[in-house]
Design a protein around this ligand. Structure first.
Ligand SMILES: N=CN[C@@H](CCC(=O)O)C(=O)O
Ligand SMILES: [Zn+2]
Length: 403
């Protein structure tokens, strides 16, 4: 990151994908314009960064003088990925659960209890160290904005601790005390919902920007539509923005509840009815449908239908959902490759969904694009264009530019 006052010109950019409009100052989310045209591509470009923000964008030959010069040697540059869904505060290992799933065992959320036990037993420093490693790994693959949830503590103290730790690495912290009903509360779910919406929310709200809930009638561990509504309304009343895990394991009320309550995003969106899609289209300026194809890769569930959402005009984001149970990777390049190969998104649509889409899912205007005034969050590709992110899956092509 450039220091206060000093400026850096990043030049030699063979292809700059700004994901911003022609005049650069607004994110282009006009879905009537084909995504490829919305990318705002500039050849032989340069960007000047100053005081943590983009100060200038244009042809390399016209770049103003700067204190420092970084030449990326003709490589492509895209906005740093905005990963709007991750569960990075956790301890423990569930590789055996993954192996069982690959042998045919379905996912139902029950394994979350394994992560809860390991996370409760971990010290602050252990969790802090694990979280730091995961943030470094995500940045090394091009992510510059990360949302980080709690959800593996499920007690007042452990959920507040998780959010304090998450707040050390990002402002996008999400209270997910309603991840599952913990084993000790299964005999009296209502008392747990009361705990989440009462003392736990009171302790966590000061450390969270968002509240989230695993709204999933197809799992005995997750929350019903009415329980989810209670959690979200309490979170909204406490001043938090709303996010929903919805329609992941089967048809359910999550997407419609997210739209009804004005949530910023409903994530998974694997099993959507026609009415769910219609509601998401009508609410495209408010509620983003976030797709998490790494989850279906790792659970062998059917992939969400991105084409149906995109072609209908819904607002779509892509995120990693990095977590120990359903998707233990924070690689946004991997997510983009899956989005193209399995969700039939174009490379342009996938890049927009992983940058501007993620920013919209966090209601951020200052990230997800390269435009004057946006954060100085660039990802340099070891490639001539963003198409290589899908063309060369699994390769370490993207890295966040650290100055
Ligand atoms: N489904 C709920 N939560 C995570 C999985 C958490 C876990 O299994 O540890 C998800 O988004 O897939
Ligand atoms: Zn999740």
């Amino acid at each position: 990151m450039t220091g206060a006052g000093s400026s850096t010109v990043v030049t030699g950019i063979g292809r700059l994908v700004t994901c911003a409009g022609p005049d650069g100052d607004v994110p282009v989310t006009d879905r009537s314009v084909p995504a490829a045209e919305r990318l705002g591509v500039r050849e032989d470009a340069a960007v000047v960064l100053e005081a943590g923000a983009v100060a200038w964008v244009g042809p390399a030959g016209d770049a103003p003088a700067a204190d420092r010069r970084v030449d990326v040697g003709g490589r492509a540059v895209v906005p740093g990925f905005v990963d709007s869904h991750s569960h990075l505060v956790h301890a423990g290992d569930r590789s055996a659960e993954f192996a069982a799933r690959m042998a045919g065992e379905p996912y139902d959320g029950g394994g979350i209890g394994v992560s809860v036990a390991a996370t409760r037993a971990a010290s602050d420093d252990e969790l802090r160290g694990l979280l730091a490693e995961r943030v470094v790994a995500a940045r090394a693959l091009g992510t510059t904005t990360l949302e980080v949830k709690s959800g593996y503590g499920l007690t007042v103290e452990d959920e507040a601790r998780a959010l304090r730790l998450a707040g050390e690495v990002t402002a996008e912290t999400t209270f997910l005390g309603a991840h599952v009903v913990p084993p000790e509360a299964r005999a009296d779910r209502g008392s747990y919902v009361d705990l989440v919406t009462g003392p736990m929310l009171a302790a966590c709200a000061p450390h969270a920007r968002w509240v989230d809930v695993f709204c999933e009638p197809n799992s005995p561990h997750a929350f019903t539509g009415e329980e989810s509504r209670a959690v979200l309304v309490a979170g909204r009343d406490a001043g938090l923005g709303l996010r929903v895990h919805g329609n992941q394991l089967g048809p359910g009320p999550g997407a419609r509840l997210a739209v009804e309550l004005g949530a910023a995003a409903v994530d998974h969106c694997t099993f959507l009815s026609d009415d769910d899609v219609a509601a998401l289209v009508d609410a495209a300026d408010t509620t983003v449908a976030t797709l998490l194809p790494g989850v279906e890769f790792s659970t062998r569930m059917p992939y969400p239908n991105a084409r149906r959402l995109l072609d209908a005009g819904a607002s779509v984001a892509l995120a990693s959902d990095c977590n120990p149970g359903t998707c233990n990777t924070s690689s946004m390049p991997f997510v983009l490759a899956l989005a193209v190969r399995e969700l039939r998104m174009t490379a342009a649509e996938a890049l927009v969904a992983a940058t501007v889409g993620g920013a919209r899912a966090l209601r951020r205007e200052d990230v997800g694009r390269v435009a004057v005034g946006s954060r100085a969050d660039l990802a340099v590709l070891e490639a001539p264009s963003h198409e290589h992110l899908a063309y060369r899956p699994g390769m370490p092509l993207a890295r966040a530019l650290d100055l």
